[in-house]
Write a protein that binds this ligand. Structure first.
Ligand code: DUC
Ligand code: ZN
Ligand code: ZN
Length: 473
């Protein structure tokens, strides 16, 4: 007779978004089937005594093997990206199926499934990126895809190859409202950035540090305000992604004060990096930290911490956008040190996201462990239609678990599992790292090495967001 349970995680100090309690976790066929004390009868046991156990991370903003204009190429595909995520406590990723201008959205999704292939080691879903909202996309493709389980999409207010004008933003927001999808907005003013860039480059100011000068906070503030106004006009929620500091935060608080459903995401780079990391002089080293919006300063880091503590932010994601530093496909396009406006934007962060926030947020006394679970897992699962399969520790949920170990360590790229030749967090001190990560009951990280396998990860169609009030015309 087969045993009733495959695995018991014993004496766990379980933290979910809502509760903290001690229990044994009984797992069968990849699901949590019982929570109790002194459970018996499993083929295997893991002793978690004295350890906090949280739901596996849901990284709801990361870029894997996303097609790029040549010569840029993302360093991580679904194999290396999901391996790296697993080793850092993340068990679900939601990268982006990106539409190129002129491309059908359905073709972009088919191409992205092809790229994922059988490579993923952990579970995954797709957001869409809508860059060309033609009549066919708005009337047919986007509604069809939303109804097929692609229930969230990102739009850009900057980047020439991706940006939408205000009229186009209104059009896609209307589709989101009509079909109950969640819209993520990259809010930076494209014309201001182009104008500043032209002046900086014209004056010979081309070093990586001028990337920050070309994207000051007011360009984020203006676009955030405009996105809020457009959402208000359409009467639909939006989520402002990768919020970097005070000015955008003020706009979001203002909108919330008016009763609007404006959600917000932030990322580790806005807590642990500053513009100084792009360089204090004209050295090229700072190209490693070129991302958009750029990191700000210590006072703005505090504003982001405050928003994590007081509920302003719903989601904490990595915005993992992996480019090698010393590589012609990465930060040195074609092998050259180039002007800042030609450096591919993005930094790696899938593997370090959870431990950075657990260490400095939870163990640093800034947020509760329950808030940590909300930010790193539960809220993303709810917003993107994966809850309660993902994002919690409860009977019926997937057995996606992180068993935490408190210990002093330093981030060192040599110990990470991505395919990037650096981490922007090199040398950062941490107070904890996952002792173990389980995805659907399988150990994918054992504290020493990756123990999962490529192809284990499953694609998940998403429900419509459960945090969204349904609006009807
Ligand atoms: N900015 C983005 O908008 N996406 C990827 C990376 C980045 O820096
Ligand atoms: Zn973005
Ligand atoms: Zn991004």
């Amino acid at each position: 007779m087969s045993s009733p349970l495959d695995l018991i995680v014993r004496r766990a100090r379980i933290a979910t978004a809502g509760d903290t309690f001690d229990a044994d976790i009984g797992i069968k066929d990849g699901k949590i089937v019982t929570l109790g004390s002194q459970l018996e009868g499993a083929a295997r046991e893991i002793d978690a005594a004295g350890r906090t156990v949280t739901p596996g991370g849901v990284d709801a903003h990361c870029h894997l093997d996303q097609p790029m204009p040549a010569p840029a190429r993302m360093a991580d595909d679904f194999e290396s990206g999901t391996r790296s995520a697993a080793c850092g406590g993340t068990t679900t990723v939601i990268p982006f199926a990106a539409q190129e201008k002129g491309q059908s959205l359905k073709d972009a999704v088919a191409d992205y499934h092809h790229r994922a292939g059988t490579k993923a080691a952990i579970d995954y879903a797709f957001h869409l990126i809508v860059s060309d909202p033609t009549e066919a996309v708005l009337a047919q493709e986007l509604p069809d895809l939303i109804n097929q389980g692609y229930t969230s999409f990102k739009i850009y207010m900057t980047y020439d190859d991706l940006k939408l004008d205000d009229r186009q933003v209104l059009d896609v927001l209307s589709v989101a409202r009509e079909h109950g999808a969640m819209t993520m907005v990259h809010a930076e003013n494209a014309d201001c950035i182009a104008w500043l860039t032209e002046r900086l480059v014209g004056a010979g100011n081309i070093a990586p540090r001028y990337h920050a000068a070309s994207r000051p906070m007011l360009v984020e503030r203006e676009a955030t305000h405009r996105a809020i106004a457009l959402a208000e006009l359409v009467d639909t929620p939006i989520l402002i992604v990768h919020v970097s500091g005070r000015e955008a935060v003020e706009q979001i608080r203002w909108a919330r004060g008016r009763g609007m459903n404006i959600l917000a995401e932030t990322c580790p780079q806005y807590l642990f990096l500053t513009a100084d990391d792009l360089g204090l002089d004209d050295s090229y080293e700072g190209a490693r930290c070129v991302c958009s919006p750029p990191p700000r300063d210590a006072a703005n880091q505090q504003v982001i911490w405050d928003g994590l503590g007081d509920g302003l932010f719903s989601v904490f994601s990595s915005d993992h956008a992996p480019f090698k530093y010393d590589d012609p496909s990465g930060k040195k396009p074609g092998g050259q040190e180039v002007s800042f406006d030609y450096i591919p934007n993005g930094i790696p962060g899938l593997e370090t996201r959870m431990a950075l926030l657990y260490s400095e947020g939870v163990l640093g006394g800034r947020i509760t462990v329950n808030r940590f679970v909300e930010l790193t897992s539960a809220n993303a699962a709810k917003l993107y239609g994966l809850y309660p399969r993902k994002g919690t520790i409860a009977i019926g949920a997937d057995a996606d678990l992180v068993i935490w170990q408190e210990r002093d360590l330093q981030i060192d790229n040599a110990n990470l599992h991505h395919n990037v030749d650096y981490t922007p967090y090199q040398g950062q001190r941490l107070k904890a790292w996952p002792a173990m990560t389980l995805c659907r009951g399988e150990v994918v990280w054992d504290g020493q090495q990756f123990t999962g396998r490529s192809g284990y990860g499953q694609f998940m169609a998403c429900d419509k967001p459960s945090l969204l009030p349904q609006h009807r015309l």
